[in-house]
Design a protein around this ligand. Structure first.
Ligand code: THU
Length: 159
């Protein structure tokens, strides 16, 4: 028997410690939470994707009374970014949540389906995507999506 360890490193930043570019990205993710359509959970999630061309694409979660028909902010935003700029690699994504009248103290982390979708964008463009998860007490920063989804399924299995 051998053991294989998979290590994911998460850096916890204060807002002030972020680069100006990433401060702006986090600001955008926070700003768009107000555009979320989340009348049922009142859990407003905003996501902002920074592209290699410097553009920032933002979007939010979208509810539906038939619950599975709704979609998380991360997937709405990454699908939108990849549709709007199919030839431009995403460099980073920031995520923020507003609920009960304030931003959450601790960051939320993307669900499994969103991780899979973000991973596909990372692989598709061949560039690591920084993931910034905003919490009032600290901002988690991961240097790629792969770290969020160890032992993931990807195109290499389809060969
Ligand atoms: N949600 C997101 O948009 N992103 C996440 O990472 C987790 C959850 C959404 C899904 C749903 O619209 C709401 O938050 C929770 O009810």
């Amino acid at each position: 028997m051998i053991e294989r360890k998979i290590v994911t490193s998460v850096l916890v930043y204060t807002y002030e410690e972020l680069s100006e570019e990433y401060k702006r990205l986090v600001d955008e993710a926070k700003r768009v939470t107000q555009n979320a359509y989340a009348p049922y959970s009142k859990f407003n999630v905003g996501a902002a994707v920074l592209l290699e061309n410097g553009e920032i694409v933002c979007s939010t979660n979208q509810h539906n009374p038939a619950y599975p028909s709704g979609l998380c902010a991360e997937r709405v935003t990454m699908f939108y970014a990849n549709s709007r700029y199919p030839n431009v690699a995403p460099r980073a994504i920031a995520i923020a949540t507003f609920a009960d009248g304030d931003f959450l103290d601790e960051p939320i982390t993307p669900c499994g389906a969103c991780r899979q979708v973000l991973l596909e964008s990372e692989i598709r463009y061949g560039k690591d995507i920084d993931v910034l998860l905003f919490g009032r007490k600290g901002i988690y920063v991961l240097s790629n999506v792969k770290g969020l989804l160890p032992l993931s399924f990807d195109k290499s299995f389809l060969k």
